[in-house]
Design a protein. Sequence first.
Length: 430
Amino acid sequence: MADYMDFFNIYIMGSVEMLFQFYFLTRILKRKVKLSFYFLFTVCTILIMHCISVGTIGGFGVFVFLLTAGGILICRADLKSSFLYAALVVEIMQLCYGMMKSLFSIFYPLISSNFYGTAGIVFMLVGEITSLILAGFCYYIVYRHFSCYTTTEIQHMFLVLIPILMIFIMEEYINSVVYGWEVIESDGTTGYMINHGQMFIIQFLGIASLFCTLFSYEKLLQSFRLNTELSLLEQKEHSLNQYVEDAKSHYEKTKSFRHDIKNHMVVIKELLQGGKMEQAIHYIGDVEDIAEELLLPCSTNNPVVDILIGNKLGIANSMGIDVNCSLLLPYPCGLRDIDICIILSNALDNAIHACKNMDAGTEKYIYISGRIQGDFLMMEIENNYQGNNIVKKGTGLSNIKTVAEKYNGAISIKTQGGIFVLHVLLIIPQ
């Protein structure tokens, strides 16, 4: 009977545990793996663990190494992510098993001695199933809250790995000390004086400390992301304010030119009447140069927006992107210039970034259009892109949506056949 139980514990439950851990590792790493690879990984792991003999901490290291190798070779994940989440997965499994072992050991002595054999098997099976359920719940929390990190954030998360490993090492040390108290019974036999209640509390505090560490790191990351977004918004606000100042300067230059155009015409007329044709042509050329400097690539009827679009479209043209603008805006109106600039600057930045990432030699374009219809302003920004149709809603689109909602409007996004179209609807305040 003992041989069957050993076979069941080592091979059957060992296979289930490794399969369980590897499955959740692939989910946390967000990789799709064929069913055959799960079977292959489990078989190889059981064979390796059967061939080597290591202690508890050594076994922890071997498990982590095997899962890390599986994450790299099978899931095609990077080394840092594979190692970090492999250590996390193994520690959670061992802590959950330790908790359930201690908990069931508390109730096991309450069973009548007539049922020890049967009850032992039942308790073992129930304990295994309960441990897997608890571990699965913990893995789900990790999957939902701690798996969407960038490469930089993963690197910072290695700071969390140190307390995670310390929690495990201290828990194993206490475990070995408690289970190492050998006592001599009254009949001369030896045994161990174990307080399973204390062990359960230690295991519970271990897994609680683990998740407290992870949630604390998540809060720090959220604070860091918020500070980064605020810094970017401050930079963008500064840029938009600069566009406003440039627009005012451009307006003053245009106003000055229009004021002086009558005098220029008088000078040209006098030169022509005096027969000084060459001087008149040279003077006209100078006037054309001044007028050329005042021209913008897009005229929207809003000087601030003209400066902004002129700047963005100039960047796009320098990258070989075909641009076209047919946008007319009311000026002045109840829409703040800075709000319109937030919409257009974020939309054009996204469009330029999408076109920039396209292969060289492919046609790239950005089209801007918009019109007034009643009390509504409708804008459309269209560009082509390369890749799948998944839209990552980052800070840019979030800022556009915020401005649209400020004016009781809305945004809509359409992606089809490598074409991205952003529609923005604003209600003009009266």
